[in-house]
Ligand binder design. Sequence first.
Ligand code: PHE
Length: 338
Amino acid sequence: MKDQLNSLRASTVALTEQTFDLKTLSDSRIRILGRKGELTSVLRGLKDLPIEERSAVGKLANQIKADLESLFDTREAYLRDELERTQLALESIDITMPGRRLPLGRSHILNRVTQELVDVFSGLGFQLAEGPEVEIDYYNFEALNMPKNHPARDMQDTFYFSENVLLRTHTSPVQIRTMEKCKPPVKVICPGKVYRRDADVTHSPMFMQIEGLWVDKRVSFSDLKGVLTAFAREYFGDRLALRFRPSFFPFTEPSAEVDIQCVICGGSGCRTCSFTGWLEILGSGMVDPTLYKFVNYDPDIYSGFAFGLGIERVAMLKYGIPDIRLFYENDVRFLSQF
Ligand code: PHE
């Protein structure tokens, strides 16, 4: 029986050493040390031993049982350790790997073009001014020499909150607001959103304009031509030809529509310029002296000019964009090109 016990110990040493996973180890422990295990079945022979041997063999049996238990315990601790080590190795982070790049947004093409335009006019001495998009009738029409029932209001039908409160149809009300607040000289550039009841390939119910206003002593039509020519050449190209056509706006007199030589065909005629060689880009004129009465400027001392241009139109020409609706559909495939 001593031999049986010793050989059980020897075989268990070998067995644990060759066990590499916890499940198998725990199965073996039950098979050897469990209630119906191999050790128990060896110990069953104890009662058949002569009485004088029993206590010595009993002692040995206890010793072996303790040894076996410690064999399993040690192996189990080792395997658990090993498992943790491999798991840690798997989960370790390689801090030399490059990071994942966060997608970077960008400003909308219309904001970019607006900024470019403001930059050009800043270079010509204009300061930034802004006004509200929800405007009152007085600033949008009345003080711009368009009394109620004036036929020019027809072209600027808009969205009304009440009879007197509306979404502004152009950036020109900022002219009045600026002059009301500041004594001349005023030299401002006013970008912003405007609204009209209008929608097709080149018209959107919401669009953007940029307004310019320069009033001082002796500002003349030559200054208007000079400033707008400098702007157009800076923005569209050095040698660009411009054309000033007589026009009409209730708030300027005289008024001129400004065309630039077609930036697509260079003036020889194409679809963009309807085969005329010219592109209309803005409306302008000398501030009608009637306006000065509204803002308490003396028309005998001060004169000035104003202009307004559509930002989408400029962006479409500059970047060859065929449809105004693309600006507002927010398709990133379109927006990310700029
Ligand atoms: N406000 C005019 C429009 O929207 C443009 C304009 C501005 C014309 C300033 C002359 C002077 O049509």
